[in-house]
Design a protein around this ligand. Sequence first.
Ligand code: LLP
Length: 416
Amino acid sequence: MDAFTYQKGELYAENVPVAKLAEQYGTPLFVYSRTYIRDHFRALARAMAEVDTLICYAVKVNSNAAVIATLAAEGAGADVVSSGELLRARRAGVPADKITFAGVGKTEDEIETALRENILLFTVESEQELERISACAARLGATGRVAIRVNPDVDPKTHKYISTGKKENKFGVDILRALQIYERAAALPGLEIAGLHMHIGSQILSAQPYAEAAAKVAEVCVELKKRYPTFRMLDIGGGIGIRYRPDQEPLLPPALAEAVLPILKPLKLKILMEPGRFIVGNAGVLVVRVQYVKNGPSKQFVIVDGAMNDLIRPPLYQAHHEIGAVRETPETVFGDVVGPVCESGDFFALDRHLPAVRQDDLLVVHSAGAYAYSMASNYNSRPRAAEVMVCGARHELVRERESFEDLVRGERIPIW
Ligand code: LLP
């Protein structure tokens, strides 16, 4: 489904006019479609139905409680990278036995929190981390179920900042050393060898790197299954790419399944996946209001009330986000959509043919459901935006706009 469509020239979020949401909740405003999120989760689950699959939504992608709860209600687990995310997932209704904990830098505190919660799996990135989990588990009298993250050295053909499965990346352990590291894990107390993990990158638009990486780790899994009777899970990570440009072909679940299922099925393991962007990316838009229109010598600057602190992907990854007018207009202008932050990097679009808008008109920045609010900051002392969820004709505020009090909470001026 398309969550955002025009009806008689007006942009709707499901069955609600976006202009009405902007009026009621103010701008900048993130709007998420619950139906889209649910349908995308279901589409992936359906495509993978031939194997026992647990889809652990990657909480970093959009950590709003309403988003996590929508997925938890569908039976999703959660992939977390900090105790903050772990507690968010638990609070939004994800059972601990569906939670995986990823990340290269887990602290002792975080490991202990996860052990106390008795989560499903730690995806482990180094030998030192194995030792630390073992020591924490021994101290607590708990067991840490572990999957070692193996770096299969496959090129996911994505932006270099979000490629993680090549040997020059900091993630995982060298596939050639994997068996040796599992031996080390087997010798440590408090650990259970439960699985193997891979995650090769994000915004991957072809099934081929997945198949290549899966084939490489499958060989290791066969050996691990022989050696360790507790070895039962293969986590193939996230990374499914979405459409940011109208002419882009997204990677769809059936194509992914067709490529990986022939490799995964014979393993007879429980398959874990950690998608994020695929589920929520195009479920969201950022609604902004035009503050000023300024004509420069070669182009127009449309200055809006949202900024790089709300959505940093364009300057950070040279990412393309479609821009649309909330009230359709046939006229276009050439120029940039920029925010009020004091940086030339504060833009949503550069050198584009844009809908011709005037002061006080509304624009939307598309594909803002993933890595937008979750990467937002308070730069320039800008309070973070509000978030609204829509479901059919219903809509509800799912996070309040921050206030000045929120901005300064916890700050102190020393008496000296
Ligand atoms: N699992 C692990 C271990 C991850 O590191 C990530 C994302 C995911 C799953 C979810 O990946 P997804 O299905 O969403 O591609 N901020 C960047 C993307 C960073 C990706 C970080 N890891 C962006 O805005 O493009």
